[in-house]
Design a protein around this ligand. Structure first.
Ligand code: PXG
Length: 479
């Protein structure tokens, strides 16, 4: 997640290509950059350094492509920030927002009122989500979703009369957002360092990161099992009567697209059940088709009690987050009086209308099916074939349309670069230079393109990634 500014330094593009897609710009690139530097604080950025180098100004997008203010066409290997699942420029979503803004741009759902978009969205989510998920609470982001999860978890145990169940167990290098609760739940040390205070009663166990952290001759399955069993050890240390929930991303996204072996989630689920602990799947990245299933927990074969949703819920066209409640949790919340939590924009009608239009596209155009049966397998195979025996690729993780490529000094010996973050940065700069957006998390290169991507566009991403990774190896003197 760490955005050191040198990672995002703008790379001076080659000659701008003439493009029919050119948009009428209000200002020159230099003016945009000057105003941005003068008035805009970016997230997760070293602003002094960024202002000196200048941001890339993105002005337009269509399908899987972005255009910058110099008219460079860039292929977006990250679907924005893991969110633009239906791709850019879908008129259906714009029309849904326009129509809803005219009919009812806003009304709240606090005081015995509701409205058609939030009703339609809830019914549609209940249809698309696995069977026990029939109730949804709305917010504006994944971070608020995880704040909401904490509120629901504590309310749930209060309704059960188990008031001592207060601890939530999470994982190092997990990402759950950037509010105080989201940041505390996440296991990013550099975020914890800058927090004025943290949410109480949150503790972390190690992540199931085989390539980086497995010792000795453990197989990936043995290692994943051992990492899952840390949960049991932590529960016993704290006392099961004091533990409320475990939260994890089915696969870690921002942490590097870390896919645990098949032994991990069943063991986590077994432990949660054994000690009567709620299991929360943070589906903010994994939800809405990324792995080829509607939700990533279905890919890994487990059944959570709560799911956090955002990003692909609206394909990022407007902000919206949600929490899905398993029937047994929903029942407890519904039957036990007030639940004192809500946001002005909980269930915002425009966001809900856009979400409905978005989910219908994912379903009716069989976009999720295609990820599962066609483009996803193609993408995974193409990456594995292209980088088989590559001198600096240690592993490729992923399923569907998400992948992590581990950069390594000695792939066969699982030896990472001593300065892995710098190597990731070099590689990312080569990608930018080649007009491919690829995210670097330390020494892992990440891809998560829009789910509407075609095989030809996958070929383009993979060949551009290959060029960038070859150039990185060459710069390091490895061949
Ligand atoms: N949970 C998960 C699993 C996420 O990936 C959040 C919660 C928080 O969502 P909001 O909407 O509050 O940002 C996220 C967000 C990156 C990156 O660089 C990833 C996220 C956000 C920003 C950057 O990989 N994930």
């Amino acid at each position: 997640m760490s955005y050191r500014t040198e990672e995002i330094a703008y790379v001076q593009p080659a000659q701008p290509a003439a493009s029919a897609q050119a948009v009428q710009q209000q200002r020159s690139t230099a003016e945009y950059r000057a105003l941005d530097a003068a008035h805009h604080i970016h997230p997760f950025s070293d602003m002094g350094s960024l202002n000196r180098s200048g941001s890339r100004v993105i002005v337009k997008a269509q399908g899987v492509y972005l255009w910058d203010s110099e008219d460079n066409k860039v292929i977006d290997g990250m679907a924005g920030l893991w969110c633009v699942n239906v791709g850019y420029g879908r008129k259906e979503l714009a029309d849904a927002a326009y129509k809803q803004m005219q009919e009812l741009p806003y009304y709240n759902t606090f005081f015995k009122t509701t409205h058609p978009p939030v009703i339609e969205l809830s019914a549609l989510l209940a249809e698309l989500a696995p069977e026990p998920f029939n109730h949804f609470f709305y917010c504006n982001s994944g971070s608020e979703g995880n704040d909401t999860v904490l509120r629901i978890v504590h309310q749930y145990w209060a309704t059960q009369g188990k008031h001592s169940k207060k601890f939530v167990i999470s994982r190092k290098n997990g990402y759950h957002g950037s509010t105080i609760a989201g940041g505390t739940l996440g296991g990013m040390g550099y975020m914890h360092e800058q927090m004025p205070s943290k949410v109480e009663n949150i503790v972390h166990i190690d992540q199931p990161y085989f390539f980086g952290e497995a010792q000795g001759n453990l197989t990936p399955e043995e290692f994943a099992l051992a990492r899952a069993q840390q949960l049991e050890a932590k529960i016993l240390e704290i006392g099961a009567d004091n533990v409320a929930a475990f939260i994890g991303e089915p696969f870690q996204g921002a942490g590097g697209v870390i896919f645990p072996a098949s032994t991990y989630w069943p063991e986590i689920q077994r432990i949660c059940r054994k000690y009567d602990i709620l299991l929360v799947a943070d589906e903010v990245i994994g939800g809405f088709g990324r792995t080829g299933e509607w939700f990533a927990h279905q890919h890994f074969g487990f059944e959570p009690d709560l799911i956090t949703l955002a990003k692909g819920l609206t394909s990022g066209y407007v902000p919206m987050g949600a929490v899905g409640l398993h029937d047994r949790v929903a029942k407890a919340i519904i039957e036990n009086g007030d639940f004192n939590h809500g946001l002005t924009y909980s269930g915002h009608p425009v966001a809900a209308a856009v979400a409905v239009a978005n989910l219908k596209l994912l379903r009716d155009e069989k976009i999720v099916d295609r990820v599962k049966n066609d483009t996803g397998p193609y993408f995974q195979k193409k990456l594995r074939e292209t980088f088989a025996n590559h001198p600096i690729i240690g592993e490729i993780s992923g399923a569907g349309l998400v992948a992590g490529l581990q950069l390594a000094q000695d792939p066969k010996a699982r030896k990472r670069f001593a300065n892995g973050g710098d190597v990731g940065t070099i590689c990312r700069d080569f990608c930018f230079n080649g007009n491919l957006i690829m995210r670097a998390t330390g020494d892992r290169m990440l891809l998560s393109p829009p789910l509407v991507i075609t095989k030809l566009e996958i070929d383009e991403i993979v060949s551009k990634a290959k060029k960038a990774i070859d150039a990185t190896a060459q710069q390091l003197g490895i061949s």
